[in-house]
Design a binder for this molecule. Structure first.
Ligand code: BJW
Length: 232
């Protein structure tokens, strides 16, 4: 790695799979157990907020019990040596932070956050959230998880676009590349002449959009890649 390399890393559910958190689209993944229209859309929440809160309460509990794995730790080690490395995650867990990463961009929100659908206030989610919980700021019973559902605009897009505009290396880790706008980042980076690399258990459907790929469990291939670019 040279001093002028500007790396943007996009992570997805695959990086947390070996910590015991389920992915979405793999066999047995969350979308084979739940209808995403019921639990990951504003319309689903309006229909049955209790069901959606139960879904996220359970995932929050799983997340609290999970530990960051060697892939999360490796990215934190890379960032500690090169603080300008930008980590954008689609994941709503906090394993990057607990693994030591800084300033992680959570484009799809955070499990540990609560949001008032009425006034936009944000606060730390309690273990169990319920539809009748009152917003601590405006008092409305409009509490929802601070999660970006289908049809909503992902967070911090300007920051992400700025990082991609100057990236020289874009790396996607553990994501199927099926959900936009994240799925388009590889093309955005390529349009700016960045090199692109996919790290995944197996080639994703969009693998041919990347200049290169390395395949295997994240806990093996991510630390190996980081060691290589740090010259360990
Ligand atoms: C391993 C591994 C191991 C396993 N080691 N690897 C038609 C065309 C184009 C777009 C659209 C369209 N219709 C609608 C849209 C837009 C829509 C969209 O993309 N839909 C698609 C389904 C087509 N997108 C949206 O609505 C987004 N908003 C939007 O576009 O707003 C407009 C706008 C954008 C920008 C500016 C202005 C306006 C919002 C998307 C919200 C996504 N939300 C979810 C759920 C909420 C979070 C949560 O509950 O956790 O986010 S969906 C779900 O998918 C979740 C994830 O973050 C996201 C991505 O999934 P991910 O991480 O890729 O997981 P998987 O399971 O798919 O893949 C796992 C991968 O890991 C696999 O490849 C495995 O091989 C690998 N793996 N084990 C390494 N051990």
């Amino acid at each position: 790695m040279t001093a002028s390399e500007r790396i943007v890393i996009l992570t997805g559910a695959g990086i947390s799979a070996e910590s015991g958190l389920g992915t979405f689209r793999d066999v047995g993944g969350l979308w084979s157990q739940y209808d995403l229209a019921d639990v990951a859309t504003p319309e689903g929440f309006a229909r049955d907020p209790g069901l959606v809160h139960a879904f996220y309460n359970a995932r929050r509990q799983n997340c609290r019990e999970a530990e960051p794995n060697a892939a999360h730790h490796a990215l934190a080690r890379l960032q500690a040596k090169h603080p300008d490395v930008v980590i954008v995650t689609q994941n709503v867990d906090d394993l990057h932070e607990r693994g030591g990463a800084q300033a992680v961009i959570h484009m799809h929100g955070e499990l540990m956050g609560a949001l008032c659908a009425q006034c936009g206030a944000r606060w730390s989610a309690p273990d169990r959230m319920e539809a009748t919980d009152a917003c601590p700021k405006c008092g409305s019973p409009a509490t929802r998880p601070d999660i970006v559902w289908f049809g909503e605009i992902p967070y911090q897009m300007r920051r992400i676009e700025d990082a991609l505009a100057t990236a020289t290396l874009f790396v996607a880790i553990g994501t199927s590349g099926e959900v936009y706008p994240a799925a388009g980042f590889v093309q955005d980076a390529r349009a700016r002449e960045a090199q692109t690399l996919e790290l995944n258990l197996e080639p994703s459907g969009g693998a041919n959009q990347f200049h290169s790929g390395r395949y295997g469990p994240a806990t093996e291939i991510v630390p190996a890649w980081v060691a290589e670019i740090l010259g360990d």
